[in-house]
Design a protein around this ligand. Structure first.
Ligand SMILES: NC(=O)c1ccc[n+]([C@@H]2O[C@H](COP(=O)([O-])OP(=O)(O)OC[C@H]3O[C@@H](n4cnc5c(N)ncnc54)[C@H](O)[C@@H]3O)[C@@H](O)[C@H]2O)c1
Ligand SMILES: [Zn+2]
Length: 358
């Protein structure tokens, strides 16, 4: 199976190709590009004699403080305006490659081979980079889409269960936000930690086609694309409070549970068997496959989550902004005044959500 489609962007379109086995073929036709790669791939690239700059996939690597060394390393590898960079890795390598190629010599072209499920189903399209400064995660960034993206779903099978589940959670979120039909198609593929490769390929296609709708209609996050922050304001706060021991997708699933609890506290009743109830049950099943979840949640402090929540860059000066599920099942952006009463209900929603997984 394989698929090919194009993403329209203000900076020019780019192609996405999904094909099992495509990575092995790319290695043979490397043709002068410089790889910026996750160090996980060091043995394979070295065996193939491919020049590469290897990165450790951690939050320190994508900090502004680490960028000057990477730029100097590229310079010493001979990168110039004609050089094509090929990024190989998950969201960390993608964020770094997007940022560095957007500023190096005022911008050089790059292509991307995502290697985590999260990057395959979500972050590979959209063109954003997010870089940490000090303890502020994703506080600076640029838009600089790659010229092409090649996805080989086979690469997902060396990831651990938590990584695979984390990516599926992002796909569930995107398909849910797109609407009832897309979410039903997603659930029809029975996604789980042991998903076979043909069905994973279908999940990737479905999720990227849904995300394509959001980013083409609203590339720069002004309206529709903001809805994709569903689960993320709470989720980032949970990730931050855990000092990033909880991975991004797992934080998003817990964040979605906080959003559901928040609405229940506000008196919303979701139909049993409706879209919101199906999402809650599906995320519960995905999280049940993560062996360390209970221990990670036990170590969290609600007050630390609340501190991180209040510091999120998506809030306004006078209001907290969160994406919640309306009674109809659709997601909606809700502004809550920055007042003690709002904080009380946010605290109650967070505690209620965490208790469900203890
Ligand atoms: N720019 C965006 O649009 C965007 C969107 C979502 C998330 N992100 C960022 O992405 C980061 C998370 O990225 P991620 O979840 O893709 O993972 P990651 O890049 O953090 O990698 C996770 C782990 O998997 C390993 N790994 C990667 N590919 C592998 C493979 N094929 N086999 C075995 N191990 C492999 C890595 O070495 C690392 O240990 C976060 O920093 C998040 O903020 C960016
Ligand atoms: Zn995300």
């Amino acid at each position: 199976m394989s698929g090919l489609f194009e993403i329209r962007s203000a900076s020019g379109g780019y192609t996405v190709k999904i094909e099992q086995g495509s990575f092995a073929r790319l290695l043979q036709e490397q043709g002068g590009a410089i790889y910026v790669a996750d160090e996980w791939f060091q043995p394979e690239l070295s065996r193939a004699g491919i020049p590469a700059l290897f990165l450790a996939a951690n939050e320190t690597t994508k900090s502004l403080e680490s960028i000057p060394k990477l730029i100097l390393d590229l310079k010493s590898m001979g990168a110039n305006r004609q050089t094509h960079i090929l990024a190989l890795g998950g969201g960390i390598v993608q964020d770094v490659a997007t940022f560095v190629t957007s500023v190096y010599m005022r911008g050089i072209p790059w292509s991307y081979i995502p290697t985590t499920v999260l990057a395959m189903v979500d972050s590979c399209i959209g063109g954003k980079s997010s870089i940490n400064v000090g303890t502020s995660k994703n506080i600076v960034g640029t838009f600089h889409p790659p010229t092409s993206i090649t996805i080989d779903p086979v690469l997902a099978y060396s990831l651990n269960v938590e990584q695979r589940v984390s990516g599926l959670i992002e796909a569930a979120k995107i398909c849910y936000c797109k609407g009832a039909d897309t979410f039903a198609d997603y659930l029809g593929l029975s996604p789980g930690a042991a998903i076979p490769v043909d069905r994973l390929e279908s999940v990737i296609t479905l999720s990227l086609m849904a995300k394509k709708w959001f980013i083409e209609i609203d590339e720069h996050d002004r309206k529709e694309r903001l809805l994709l922050n569903f689960g993320h304001t709470f989720g980032h706060a949970i990730e931050g409070a855990s000092h990033f021991r909880i991975s991004h997708g797992i934080g998003v699933a817990l964040g979605i549970q906080c959003a559901i609890e928040m609405q229940r506290l506000r008196g919303i009743r979701y139909d049993a068997g409706g879209r919101a109830a199906l999402l809650e049950a599906h995320l519960g099943a995905l999280l049940a496959a993560v062996p360390t979840l209970t221990a990670e949640i036990k170590a969290l402090s609600t007050e630390a989550i609340l501190d991180c929540f209040q510091g999120d860059k998506k809030h306004g000066t006078h209001a907290f902004k969160v994406v919640l599920i309306a009674e109809s099942g659709d997601v909606e952006l809700v502004a809550m005044p920055r007042e003690e009463e709002s904080l009380r209900s946010i605290r109650a929603a967070v505690s209620g959500a965490m208790e469900r997984f203890l």
